[in-house]
Write a protein that binds this ligand. Structure first.
Ligand code: HEC
Length: 245
């Protein structure tokens, strides 16, 4: 069984690691005081001594100034600060195999986290609160796409930043789970495509994008998907997107 050697945590797309943990216990420490209120994203990369690794995105939300929620637990915020105990994915059953270093980064969707309100509460003088949450399903929610200079919205760039990690840089999909978009005849139903991108598909890794992108951005990425890689499935307008919100 390979051992965890190193954990790197990146926050909000920064190339500099927010935390690097090289010794057990492998806990990610998040102090809400360090973040502005609102949505943030976190990437946890776990390296093993045999050269394999897991790379997993998470969304977390800082609420008010003193609460934090990770993944799907936004409804029941945990009082802060929290430590995220990493469960070694290699000890979980039913997970896809880890990736080997040097290969492309693919999100692993079944990674589990336990959040534990940490023992270093004493540092903050609060010993009363404690909470434990298990089986958090990660949500892949990469950072908000920026419109390129000049105001035009670049659907290809939005796709590369937000969609390619699952659907493949050339829309080729991945395995059985992430459908190919290149040559996918389902896309001829453009109403379905707008619904899927705006609202996601419940219970799948296809999360809703309507909250993070405006109508122009949604239409741009859809039009890219409908016409890239030899696709010829027509186009949609921002007005059609707005009508389906
Ligand atoms: C975290 C992985 C992930 C990301 C990121 C992602 N998707 Fe998906 N997408 C999926 C999965 C999984 C499905 C299939 C859902 C199902 O089984 O119904 C899907 C389905 C779709 C479909 C419907 C395909 C069909 O045959 O019905 C479209 C269109 C689509 N995604 C577009 C996008 C676009 C555009 C983006 C970026 C804005 C995006 N996806 C980002 C995982 C993802």
């Amino acid at each position: 069984m390979a051992q965890i050697e190193r954990v790197e945590v990146y926050v909000d797309g920064s190339p500099e690691p927010f935390q690097v943990i090289t010794q057990a216990p492998f806990k990610v420490k998040l102090n809400p005081a360090d973040f502005e209120a609102g949505d943030h994203n976190m990437r946890v990369v776990i390296y093993y001594d045999n050269g394999e690794y897991y790379d997993q995105p998470y969304l977390f939300t800082i609420q008010h100034n003193n609460e934090i929620a990770v993944g799907h637990i936004n409804q029941s915020p945990i009082h802060s600060p929290v430590a995220v105990d990493l469960i070694d994915p290699m000890e979980q059953e039913g997970l896809p195999p880890p990736k080997v270093l040097t290969h492309a980064v693919i999100p692993t969707l079944l990674f589990l986290l336990i959040l534990v309100v940490a023992g270093w509460f004493s540092f903050y003088g609060d010993t009363s609160a404690s909470a434990e949450v298990t089986n958090i399903e990660p949500i892949a929610k990469p950072s908000r796409p920026e419109a390129p200079a000049g105001g035009a919205v670049d659907g290809a760039a939005i796709f590369a930043e937000n969609c390619a990690s699952c659907h493949g840089p050339n829309g080729e999909g991945q395995g059985d789970v992430f459908p190919a978009l290149a040559g996918n005849a389902n896309l001829a139903d453009t109403d379905m495509v707008i619904d899927t991108v705006l609202h996601g598909r419940q219970g799948t890794a296809m999360v809703p994008w309507g909250e993070q992108m405006n109508d122009d951005q949604i239409a741009a990425v859809i039009n890219y998907v409908l016409s890239a890689w030899g696709n010829d499935f027509g186009s949609v307008t921002p007005e059609e997107v707005a009508a389906k919100r």
